[in-house]
Design a protein around this ligand. Structure first.
Ligand code: SAM
Length: 214
């Protein structure tokens, strides 16, 4: 092989090595980030305290709004508690992290057009205010759509970040819902910010939809 030929092979090898190193670095960063998020006190509380209470309240069909790779462990906890989970996310690339019973690609504000009559007895609406549903008007539209697929007296858990949003979204929803008593836990609880994995406080508020189906 000529000198220039060897030079070209070395250049191609360098390019490939650079590509592989970049891929491995991105993959490792994602795993580290996911583990950090999964281990947050607010997430641990959701999985080990709220979820068993949701199961004890008799909930068996959950709609999980918004999916990311760090939610996969959450589905396993639900499965262990015999809660069937469906999910929705407007981002098509998030579909690979969809829930085991079914995933809808679309905006939660159009959920009733996607579920073909399926209804839910609990909705987890965590990390959506300020991450796509960003105004009081958006929040009311999301509530109206979710209420159509929520069974009478079903639960909705809203997790949101004071400081990330100005609180107007949740304020628009509170008058439309009733605070729920879930086992021994309070209807709302707040966790402080926790390093890079959670830059703002995280607050959970638990409500019931009304008795009447909308
Ligand atoms: C911060 S992540 C929260 C993920 C998950 N709910 C959790 O608790 O970890 C926000 C997710 O919600 C999705 N999302 C934002 N607005 C949405 C909307 N209007 N309808 C459906 N999904 C939405 C985003 O694409 C993103 O995957």
């Amino acid at each position: 092989m000529s000198k220039s030929g060897i030079g070209q092979v070395i250049c191609r090898l360098k390019d490939r090595l650079f590509f592989v190193a970049h891929f491995v670095r991105t993959f490792i960063r994602k795993i580290v980030r996911d583990r950090a998020i999964e281990g947050l006190p607010s997430r641990t509380y959701l999985q080990t305290v709220l979820l068993p209470d949701i199961a004890a309240a008799g909930c068996q069909r959950m709609l999980f709004v918004g999916v990311r790779s760090y939610n996969l462990a959450f589905y396993r906890h639900c499965e262990a508690l015999k809660i069937a989970v469906w999910s929705i996310d407007s981002d098509p690339t998030a579909a690979e992290y969809g829930a085991p019973n079914g995933h809808f690609i679309g905006d939660v504000r159009q959920i009733c057009a996607l579920t073909a009559g399926l209804t839910f007895d609990v909705i987890i609406f965590n990390g959506i205010l300020g991450f796509g549903i960003n105004t009081a008007q958006d929040a009311i539209a999301a509530f109206d759509a979710m209420a159509k697929v929520a069974e009478p007296n079903s639960l909705i858990l809203i997790g949101w970040n004071p400081g990330l949003t100005d609180g107007r979204e949740i304020a628009a929803l509170r008058p439309r819902l009733k605070p729920a008593l879930l086992g021994s836990v309070s209807a709302d609880i707040e966790f402080p910010a926790h390093g890079r994995a959670q830059r703002y406080p995280h607050r959970y508020e638990i409500f019931t939809f009304g008795e009447e189906k909308l």
